[in-house]
Design a protein around this ligand. Sequence first.
Ligand code: GLY
Length: 417
Amino acid sequence: MRADELRESYIRFFVERFHIHRPSDSLVPTDDATLLFTGAGMNQFKEMLLGRGKLPFTRAVTSQKCLRTGDIPNVGRTAGHHTFFEMLGNFSFGDYFKKETITWAWEYLTKILKIDADRLRVSVYEDDQASYDIWKDEVGVPEARIHRFDAKENFWPADAPTKGPNGPCGPCSEIFYDQGPEYDCGKPDCGPDCDCDRYVELWNLVFTQFERAEGGKLTPLPSKNIDTGMGLERTLAVLNGKPNNFETELFWPIIQRIEAAARKEYERTTDVGRRMRRIADHVRAVTFCIADGVLPSNEGRGYVVRKLLRIATNDGLQLGIQHPFLHHVVDEVCKIMGSAYPEVKAREDYINKVVKKEEFKFRVTLKVGLRTLRENEATLKERGVEVLPGKILFWLHDTCGLPTEVTESSTELIVNE
Ligand code: GLY
């Protein structure tokens, strides 16, 4: 299945069930000043979920552009973490609740996408007996494949009752695809809550029924709502039998562009593959950010864009690419994503120029910064020091413009966060 077909089929499935198809919000949230970036489909509906907003409908479906900075350290290292990704979601504002959400999700995965039901596992919040019973009795999932987890895994936002943030939240139920024992990490307790690549989390069904306030107080919302999020890239990988999102049509042409620039073949398991995957992810994210008006700068959202470009520039340099090339990667991103998101196609030339200029400038900084790092490293090694002192890490970041991630991936010394 192609990415465009998956997006369309998801939206069609829920439109047929009387959902209104709403466009993706910008990566810069329209209505939520508390957020740096849109990180979930529900962001544009926050006021509705809290029972404060008014919309002329009670069911919605979206394909939402999302950006999460928390996963930056994982990108390229795992099969399925991204900064920018697309979240497919269906929403109910005081309309249907657990039963429809769970049974439709199962129907969509197993009947429409035809994913083998025996490969699916589900989880519920530890004391959510109602969801457990729907999975067991209405859907017929064997109990051995229904897991109960605590608030870290099965509350959304994760651990919201104890850690926040304030706002709409609730227990959730997740659906995982089992890639098979060959992907098992070998730990005795490896299961859907393990971080390894065996179980791919496809879909999170959130039963948004509380508002969390300072101190962890959960107040029931005026109505019970639904907020779901399915990872488009992960689902596409599963549907096409790819063990890694970067090997799907959403990324593969980008990787090929990087291979051509580096005159190196992609290697799934080495540093070469890790760097290529990271460049592909970060340039995709930057392309969408600039299309939504976020330019590289030294603070806030702009700093995230600058940081992603700097990491990608360093990866390019470490792959042996001697000249600015990320703007060519932008062209590939626009080609792949332009039909679903015309804004990136419309601003392609501009994005291209911004990225080229930023990479050019940073390459100069990077050469000086890395030379300074090498000199410091040599002195420290002579003295038998194994850990890079925090003040040098900070100085490299603050004075030489080397992001911590770049220092980390370029030094042989240990870097403590
Ligand atoms: N809002 C549901 C999710 O992000 O998983």
